[in-house]
Design a protein around this ligand. Structure first.
Ligand code: UFG
Length: 328
């Protein structure tokens, strides 16, 4: 099997590339390296450095490739930035993906696995979030992902595309051997920031909001390990159904508050990790965690990391061995 993986040099994409290579899949990574890292790409995969906006390059890549499927990770994913620069998000996340889908159709590639997000739900009326929850995204980022879900549903009907949309909750952790992990610039995510404080690279972690209607006042999230994300992509690929648009919530099913996460990080690292309350961050829903039973039942997927301490241990191992990320 031959699979084109867009964004395969990024955080989630690189872990999936590795899992596919382990399965003996012939993987070609297409990545601009604007946010991804060359070092993150498995040496068994072929890397094409290019931008999805370069329609000619995407076309020539697909034309001679003999691909069975495309896994599409490449996207902009900063919620705050999407609010400030919506057109950038619609252009990258919607425009480029539509072009890619059109070229897949033209070249007869009819299997697509899409990186969607829990942000398609906006602020849900209840948790845990099952797939029947109305999709009411509150950010351009979430809307850009929802727009593609609509397109996939329509393409499945119109030309038999087999499409699976995986709605990730908060991707977390690192490869168990510590070789690849999370490296964003700038870093905005909670876990890497907390670990940077543990490592003495930052003075304190700010807790964005301590007055939410949650048990301890801080936001609750579902941190799903990247190894579990890689496995669900394998399962999605193995079970694709021609002409069907399938969609799954991909989370551990466990909600963890910001305060609790910091406490667990103290235990894992043995460091003090100073934390200070700060105002709420715009656009943060109070509580998001998944009901992952549909993915478990239909895809035969089983998340292995439901204990946040284990996820933090893998992330901490990566941070210690790569204090400056991939450039370490
Ligand atoms: N947080 C802090 N302090 C920080 C950074 C984050 O308290 O310095 C809090 C946030 O307010 C949030 C939680 O930690 O409550 C997690 O924040 P992240 O930035 O790590 O992740 P998000 O929950 O904002 O983002 C995730 C996904 C997005 C998705 C979004 C939907 O990464 O792709 O959830 O809300 F769109």
């Amino acid at each position: 099997m031959r699979v084109l993986v867009t964004g395969g040099a990024g955080y989630v994409g690189s872990h999936c590339v590795r899992a596919l290579c382990d399965d003996g899949v012939d993987v070609v990574v297409f990545d601009s390296l604007a946010a991804g890292h060359r070092e993150a790409v498995d040496t068994r995969a072929t890397l094409i450095v290019g931008d999805l906006a370069d329609a000619g390059l995407v076309d020539s890549t697909l034309a001679g490739g003999g691909y069975d499927a495309v896994m599409h990770f490449a996207a902009l994913a900063d919620v705050g930035e999407s609010v400030r620069e919506p057109l950038k998000y619609y252009k990258n996340n919607v425009g480029a993906t539509l072009t890619l889908l059109g070229q897949m159709r033209d070249h007869g590639v009819k299997s697509f696995v899409f990186s969607s997000t829990c942000a398609v739900y906006g602020i849900p009326s209840s948790v845990p979030i099952a797939e029947g929850t109305p999709r009411k995204p509150i950010s351009p980022y979430g809307r850009s992902k929802l727009a593609i879900e609509w397109a996939l549903e329509d393409c499945a009907k119109a030309w038999g595309l087999a499409a699976t949309s995986l709605r990730y909750f908060n991707a977390a952790g690192a490869a168990l051997d510590g070789s690849i992990g999370e490296d964003h610039d700038p870093e905005t995510h909670l876990i890497p920031l907390v670990l940077q404080v543990a490592a003495g690279k930052r003075e304190e972690i700010k807790i964005f909001g301590v007055d939410y209607p949650t048990p301890d006042g801080s936001c609750v999230r579902d941190y799903v390990h990247v190894a579990d994300l890689a496995n669900v992509h394998r399962k999605a690929l193995e079970t694709q159904v021609e002409g069907a648009f399938r969609f799954y919530n991909v989370g551990s099913g466990v909600g963890v508050s910001v305060k609790d996460l910091i406490e667990k990080a103290r235990a894992v690292t043995g460091k003090d990790i100073p934390a200070a309350p700060a105002p709420r961050r715009a656009g943060d829903p109070p509580e998001l965690y998944a009901d992952p039973t549909k993915a478990m039942a239909e895809l035969g997927w089983q998340p292995e990391f439901s204990d946040i301490k284990k996820t933090l241990e893998t992330a901490w191992q990566w941070h210690q061995s790569h204090p400056s990320g991939f450039s370490s």
